[in-house]
Design a protein around this ligand. Sequence first.
Ligand code: F6R
Length: 369
Amino acid sequence: EKGGYDYFMLKEIAEQPKAVADTLLGRIDVAGNLTLDEVRIPASVLREVDKVVIVACGTAYHAGMIAKYAIEHWTRIPCETELASEFRYRDPILDPRTLVIAISQSGETMDTLMALRHAREQGAKVLAICNTNGSTIPRESDAVLYTHAGPEVAVASTKAFLTQLVACYLVALYLGQVRGTKWGDEIQSVIRELSEIGTQVEQVLETMEPVRELARTLANKNTVLFLGRHVGFPVALEGALKLKELAYMHAEGFAAGELKHGPIALIEEDLPVVVVVPSPRGRSVLHDKIVSNIQEIRARGARTIVIAERGDETVAPYADHLIEIPATPTLLQPLVATVPLQVFACELATARGNEVDQPRNLAKSVTVE
Ligand code: F6R
């Protein structure tokens, strides 16, 4: 049932192009409009939404962090993303014009369930993004958008994460469509690029051998740091989480702009630092800033592992190891940039002799608070 792969995780990483395509299937019509009728919250209610709050745990929380950038940029509705376990205990401000999005692969995570119950008690509308048909979280929500990743068996989430991102983008674009905000050429072209993103994920998967080789050489390191900016920041957090849970290594993700506020003190000779570089097109300010961050850490001895768009010549000279990914619009980049980090963590775990599909101390679904 592992389909010829040694681990479910490898199989699930390989299934990502299909999982992404399946999650898009039937949701974009030929004219490039979103047809999310299954989201049974009436358009009149969605037009009145004045705040979006996303709650989730772990990897799903990272998807929610990325969704915040997309929702605010495409719809101009203020959006906050919060760990479900923190949300309820701070008496959050919610009312019937708040749209709460609960993201969960299993649909059974207790913290996320408690957060959405609390939100509904305050009168907020709850939309679940979930991978498991008929599970508790969608049953208790006002509406659900299912991800079509298929069953995810490995404890570490991979294909569910990519499909959560796709579902978040669909919701963000749908909110934009319904409300007519910022609805223009950019949105149309993003929908087009999103509908073809599976091919790009496939391209990334075909070029992963050097990432595996690199991972094997780092098997006896103690620490790996991850840096990103904008949507690359949650990607950095996700890369670090995968490494902690699979390789049992100390791994931390930072917003690159925070380096000089403390973390740069950690940089020492030969410390591996993975940097997620945004596209040099589009928001080039971001790109320039991260190139100088890479120079700063390299000057202090870091071994830089750079994930950058193919053909990005400005960053290449500062990369000790360059991992190239296809060009995508900035907001969609996490769909391709996360894949090498999954492969990296999986290979490091294997090299360290760890059980990839069943990491120690972890369960696939966390049904206690
Ligand atoms: C990490 C991982 C966990 C889950 C988290 C939420 O690889 O799998 O961090 O993402 O426990 O689980 P769900 O999405 O089922 O609510």
